[in-house]
Design a protein around this ligand. Structure first.
Ligand code: NAP
Length: 273
């Protein structure tokens, strides 16, 4: 691959798995990785049609993609998913562990089921996917012609890995957990040239937070938290994912990249405090 081709399609020849690729941020990441040249496995839990449609779009544009169903909280399903991706594309180079959900409640009213569901999908799900990807990276032939790193993992975190969030203790705990899981894993596998990073999105326009941007009044209140003055789009996160997956970020590991329009600049302190 010459220099120009590498700049245009930095992930050419590589294989990516995006969990929760059937909606929102994951769907944006899927399209961007494919445009950057990767073959992409689009994971879904319930929205099979959306994942299959995304894969069809990529194939119609000349790329390679498949839809793969799996509940990321289920160990056997995750291992089977990675085996399926490897069988189809021959290897795995990039994992974007993105699946996530919310079950919001005031702390005193939060059920154990709601606590467990969020931790199971958001945190244990990322553990299972990272472990399965890591085992694959270590088992397969190294391809330095494709990438300087032996494998790349991107964990989808949130600004709530650092910003406390009343009424969402399960979600904030899951994201705080992702942060230290990511860093501990990055420390462990850096000597094997496997890079592990996270992206912390701010408020991104997707179904998960529809009530926060759906009406003009809700969006106005949300914008008070965003110094840059706009709600984020999945493409904002997708661009960061392509960079973290590519050799352009080859010396970056164990870090969280905040893509939040300044939300973690705590704008309430700009003229107060
Ligand atoms: P979304 O549109 O609701 O998408 C969530 C995705 O997760 C869907 O593809 C869904 O699959 C998948 N999923 C849910 N449970 C799953 C399970 N058990 N196994 C496998 N996949 C499962 O939400 P989003 O905003 O794109 O969120 C994506 C990630 O970004 C999440 O980790 C979220 O915490 C994080 N994030 C979002 C924002 C934001 O403002 N939107 C901000 C910070 C962080 P199906 O639809 O097929 O069931």
């Amino acid at each position: 691959m010459d220099q120009a081709e590498r700049l245009l399609r930095p992930l050419a020849g590589q294989v990516a798995l995006v969990t929760g690729g059937s909606s929102g941020i994951g769907a944006g990441v899927v399209q961007a990785l494919a445009a950057a040249g990767a073959a992409v496995a689009v994971n879904y839990a319930s929205h099979r049609e959306a994942a299959e449609e995304a894969a069809r779009r990529i194939e119609a544009a000349g790329g390679r993609a498949i839809a793969v169903g799996a509940d990321v909280a289920e160990e056997a399903a995750v291992d089977a998913m990675v085996a399926q991706v490897t069988e189809r594309f021959g290897r795995l180079d990039i994992l974007v562990a993105n699946s996530g959900l919310q079950r919001d409640a005031a702390f005193r009213d939060m059920s154990l089921a709601d606590w467990r569901k969020v931790i199971d999908v958001n945190l244990t799900g990322q553990f299972l996917c990272c472990r399965a990807a890591l085992r694959r990276f270590l088992a397969q032939e190294e391809r330095p012609d494709l990438s300087r790193a032996r494998g790349k993992i991107i964990c989808m975190s949130s600004v709530h890995e650092v910003i406390p969030w009343a009424g969402h203790a399960n979600y904030a705990a899951s994201k705080g957990g992702i942060m230290l899981m990511m860093k501990s894993l990055a420390q462990e596998v850096a000597p094997q040239r496997i890079r592990v990073n996270a992206i912390a999105p701010g408020a991104i326009r997707t179904p998960i937070n529809r009530e926060a941007w759906e009406t003009k009044e809700a969006e106005r209140r949300l914008l008070e938290l965003i110094p840059y003055g706009r709600v984020g789009e999945p493409e904002d996160i997708a661009a960061a994912a392509v960079w973290l997956a590519s050799d352009a970020s080859d010396y970056v590991t164990g870090t969280t990249l905040f893509v939040d329009g300044g939300m973690t600049l705590y704008p309430g302190f700009a003229d107060n405090g």
